[in-house]
Structure formats: structure tokens, C-alpha cells
Design a protein around this ligand. Structure first.
Ligand SMILES: *Cc1c(COP(=O)(O)O)cnc(C)c1O
Length: 413
């Protein structure tokens, strides 16, 4: 039986392909994987239990799974210059759960970035396991610069003596100074965990400072700037490898999703290709151009610009909230997400921010000229949020632009 026999699923998947092809994907955490990555993740690798690790499985018939997982591990180590890699985490959140449990125990104290300032749910939010299991001391950004206040981080570490310092963010447009975090951690003899989920592709390409020399343990997703399948990855020093592996399996997972592990191997291979460096550099150039276009039109940006793939709009002076802006941009074919900004007066369901990111459109081949066009459209829409004719006109322009940068032209699903 083919999937076309299951019409409700088939039709929704066809519609999703069309949506991806005909709209502008500006969600900072999303990307478009290659046909090769999709082939691996939709393959017979999904049919097998492979609990354990290469050469040490709890099921028979794993020899090809061993080959593929070993390739994924070797490529991840080469890509980031790390001693050890675990490629089994099902997601970024699971990677963080396993990493925490390799270093600290429930009740431990962690110093991590405040969600409202750009941190992640898994860095100590009350509604997440991290906030339930750990005693959380949050750090944030400076009220004027919107950059992480490293003096404050050092002072908080000294005052609270945390068991772990966590660096990494989901809505932070500036380079994170991992060397400075490493220095504080080393001076105060506190382990450092880095969650590089958003910027892993930039780190792999050498266009963002690498945390590898400074961190005891590093977690990431594989599906954001790294442009792999949905999943997680953990890197660490040799001394922590054995414990980490046991915390992933059997600690918090059963059988690995081997179709995703195969797809990770393919994606890491792609990221090792010299063309990936050019891709990552283009992501940043595109974000700068988008940021400058918006600034020229008087749109306020958190931190006043960007060093990475993220542009965070500050709508506090605007007539629309983050939620309203997300909705009107979507009606013009521009997909974004509302996001809290530092010192946001609005709750998370409303917010005063819009987060934009360039990884997906850069994958489509769009460059500076397209970013100027898109920045202008966004500024036009935000300046006249009630003008539904304008949104319709731009929607037509968006579809034309998407046609010039075809996505998955030969796919049916
Ligand atoms: C996206 C993200 C995660 C979580 O990844 P999931 O795969 O969605 O669980 C964790 N940490 C940071 C910093 C992220 O940006």
C-alpha cells in the first residue's frame, strides 16, 4: 500500500509541501534538509531495535546499524573537533536531560540564561523538567546593550556557587563568548555545559566561536543551522564519555531512532564539505542585510543588530504585539514566530517581539537582494498592519519570489 491510499494523511502532507514551497520560512530554528537526508530518515533503518552502542548491542542483526552509527560518531567528532560524540538523543531536550544527568543530580543548582532573555525551556524554566529538578539561578542580558552581562555571570557564580553553568540560547542575536564562560567556570571550578542548538551549523563552519575548547559537555539539536534531521547530539571530553553514554541509554532512552542516526551521518557528511562553510557565512550575511534593511526603515531590533542567523524585532514602540505581527506576516506568506524580548511587558502568549532567522531561506539560495526585498515587505506590513490589500499584494510577490527559488521541485510529498 502506498501513502496515497491514506487520503487524509496524504492530502495534509501534499498541502504541507506546497506551504513550504510557496511561503517564506523565517523561523530561526528551521531549515530544509537535503534529499539525501530525507532518504535516510524515510528508510528501512526505521525497522530495527539497536539498543546499546556500535559493537555492544542488545539485539542481533545490528551490523549495518553499527557501521552507520560509527560513521555518524566519527563525522560528528571531526566536524566539531571533539573527543567523543553521542548521536542517539531523540531531540535537543532529551540531549539536555541526558547531559544534565551525566554531571549533576536532582536538587543541584544551575546558573543558566533566563528564558525571557533568550534562554531555552530546558535551561531551568518552571514548566520544564529542568525547573522541577534543579534549583535555578538565572542570568540575563544588560538592559542597555542587550548582550549577556559576563561580569554579572561571574558575580552570580561567585555568590551562588552553582553545580553547573549553562551557556546557550534560542533567541539571542549576538555571538556568545564561550571563552569568557570557560574562564569563569575554570576560575571558580564549576563545570560548564554549552547548548549550541541554534548555532551548531555556524560553529561547525567556523563562523561562530566554538565551545569545544571550553565546555565539559556540549549539547545541540541537529535540525537548526546544522541542517540535519530532527534530533540531538552530545559532545564531551573522553573522561566523561562512558558516563554520558550510560545516561543516554539506558538512562533516559530505549532504542535509538536509527533512521535519524543515519540521516545525522548524512548531514554531518554534508557539513564537512567545504560548501557548508560558504552556506554558513551566507546565513550570517543574509541576517545582517535583513537587519540593516529593517533598521533603515525604523524598526527597532533587540541589541541593535545581529552577529548570527537571528534578527529579533522589538515591537514595543509599534501598534502591534508580537502575536498580531506573527498573524499579519503569515497572511502575507511570511512565516515567523512571536518571541519574548528582554524586559518584555507582555506575557508569552502575546509578547513584544518577532524572531526572524535566515538559515532556511539561505538554503533555498536567497541572498542579499532577496533579504532587502523581504525586509522592506516586513517593514511595510508592520507600518500598516490594518491594510489587508497590502498583505494580499505582498502575498502574490512572495509566491513569485518562491517560484524563482524552487524548493524540492521533483517531490510529490
Ligand atoms: C531548539 C532548542 C532546544 C530543544 O530542541 P528540541 O529538539 O526541540 O527538543 C534546546 N536548546 C536550545 C538552546 C534550543 O534552541
Amino acid at each position: 500500500m502506498s501513502i496515497s491510499n491514506d487520503l487524509p494523511v496524504f492530502n495534509a502532507m501534499r498541502a504541507e509541501l506546497k506551504r513550504q514551497q510557496n511561503s517564506l520560512e523565517l523561523i530561526a530554528s528551521e531549515n530544509f534538509v537535503s534529499e539525501a537526508v530525507m532518504q535516510a530518515s524515510g528508510s528501512v533503518m526505521t525497522n530495527k531495535y539497536a539498543e546499546g552502542y556500535p559493537g555492544r548491542r542488545y539485539y542481533g542483526g545490528c551490523e549495518h546499524h553499527d557501521t552507520i552509527e560509527a560513521l555518524a560518531i566519527d563525522r560528528a567528532k571531526e566536524l566539531f573537533g571533539a573527543d567523543h560524540a553521542n548521536v542517539q538523543p531523540h531531540s535537543g531536550a532529551t540531549a539536555n536531560f541526558a547531559a544534565y544527568s551525566a554531571i549533576i543530580k536532582p536538587g543541584a543548582k544551575i546558573l543558566a540564561m533566563d528564558l525571557d532573555h533568550g534562554g531555552h525551556l530546558t535551561h531551568g524554566s518552571k514548566v520544564n523538567f529542568s525547573g522541577r529538578l534543579f534549583d535555578v539561578v538565572p542570568y540575563g542580558v544588560n538592559e542597555e546593550t542587550h548582550c549577556i552581562d559576563m561580569m554579572k555571570v561571574a558575580a552570580l557564580a561567585e555568590e551562588h556557587r552553582p553545580d553547573l553553568i549553562v551557556a546557550g540560547a534560542s533567541a539571542y542575536a549576538r555571538e556568545i563568548d564561550f571563552a569568557a564562560f570557560g574562564k569563569i567556570a575554570a576560575e571558580q571550578d564549576i563545570p560548564l555545559m554549552v547548548d549550541m542548538a541554534h548555532i551548531a551549523g555556524l560553529v561547525a563552519a567556523g563562523v561562530h566561536m566554538s565551545p569545544v575548547p571550553y565546555a565539559d559537555i556540549i549539547t545541540t539539536t541537529t535540525h537548526k543551522t546544522l541542517r540535519g534531521p530532527r534530533g540531538g547530539l552530545i559532545l564531551c571530553r573522553k573522561s566523561r564519555a562512558k558516563k554520558l553514554n550510560s545516561r543516554v541509554f539506558p538512562g533516559c532512552q530505549g532504542g535509538p531512532l536509527m533512521q535519524q542516526v543515519a540521516a545525522k551521518a548524512v548531514a554531518f557528511g554534508e557539513a564537512l564539505d567545504p560548501s557548508f562553510k560558504a552556506y554558513a557565512a551566507a546565513i550570517i550575511e543574509n541576517a545582517r542585510t535583513l537587519a540593516n534593511t529593517l533598521l533603515e526603515r525604523g524598526v527597532n531590533l533587540v541589541s541593535g543588530g545581529t552577529d548570527n542567523h537571528i534578527v529579533l524585532l522589538d515591537l514595543r514602540d509599534s501598534t502591534v504585539s508580537g502575536a498580531e505581527a506573527e498573524a499579519i506576516l503569515e497572511s502575507a506568506g511570511i512565516t515567523t514566530n512571536k518571541n519574548k524580548i528582554p524586559f518584555d511587558p507582555e506575557p508569552p502568549t502575546i509578547t513584544s517581539g518577532i524572531r526572524l532567522g535566515t538559515p532556511a531561506l539561505t538554503t533555498r539560495g536567497m541572498g542579499q537582494a532577496e533579504m532587502e526585498k523581504i525586509g522592506t515587505w516586513i517593514a511595510d506590513i508592520l507600518a500598516s498592519p490594518e491594510d489587508s490589500r497590502l498583505q494580499e499584494t505582498i502575498l502574490n510577490e512572495v509566491e513569485k519570489l518562491c517560484g524563482d527559488f524552487p524548493l524540492y521541485p521533483s517531490r510529490r510529498l
